[in-house]
Design a protein around this ligand. Sequence first.
Ligand code: MRU
Length: 350
Amino acid sequence: MIKTVEWTDAGVRFIDQTKLPTEETYVTCKTYEEVADAIRTMIVRGAPAIGVAAAMGVALGVRNSQAPGLAALKRDLNHICDVLAATRPTAVNLFWGIRRMKDKFDEVSAQPIPEVRRALVAEACQMLAEDIAANESMGKHGAGLLPSRGSILTHCNAGALATCGYGTALGVIRAAVDSGKKLHVFAGETRPFLQGSRLTAWELLKDGIPTTVISDNMAGTMMRQGRIDAVVVGADRVAANGDVANKIGTYTLAVLAKENGISFYVAAPFSTVDLDTPDGSQIPIEQRSSKEVTHIAGKQITPDGVGVENPAFDVTPHQYVTAIITERGVVRAPYNESLRALAPVETASK
Ligand code: MRU
């Protein structure tokens, strides 16, 4: 399995997603500031992966802290968490991961400081293992929704690279293929960062799953031609009413899917569900550098001085979502009720 995120004695190790697919290189972050930079620059990306990366960043920062006592260590912890929380605003997993580390700190703070440090590292490693297990469970729940033969469209990368392994949307596809289904994947290119053509294509080909890259503007015509049997995507944040924030371009696909009578599935763990956010209008959308649009592989492709917009995510209203596949089962509308009914107790009771 691809090791997207890994705790090592030297620091937190990531496969460098800015270099794929042409170079498979790894980066070891030795400080929490380096982890924050890796998240910001998308060396590591994808909602579940950045949640665990942030948790490991917290563990690393606390491990490296020279604080002489518990009160000073807590001040350091809060600062470390603030730095990591300021990296990317949309994926709620980031804040979930940080919250969980703060809670663990409070839970173990009566213990000697070396124990507190050990407990935080153990918690972050536990989150990594839980993420893989959640993805495998999502795969089992979602595989049955896909046809026994056909083509599935996915957008961005919601695979092993976006998680700690196996993937959410790609986990569902992997599980369906493992169960004997004959599936072919259309990977939308996903301008401007090209997660689809660079990352999804790379990891699916590694697994031997037949994959065709299409540019984002081809999807509508292909749906109309009957060449797409279902759409499966991941999510960065699911609001309480089932509105879904995901990579820019997801909304377009969802509307096109509905227009063409094609099922549109979202695969996401509960760490991506934000019951505190009532609907998608409240989800902060990250604006990224214009250079991601004006340049491809370092080469300028637009005239100097042109205006550029680069929102990294959009919101798909819940009425376009056929079902949400979680590690606890598949939920359908009305999402306000179905999500809360399956949510872990501590999330549902908020
Ligand atoms: O900007 P990115 O590459 O971090 O965006 C990732 C996505 O939008 C994914 O679809 C989402 O995080 C789900 S990953 C399982």
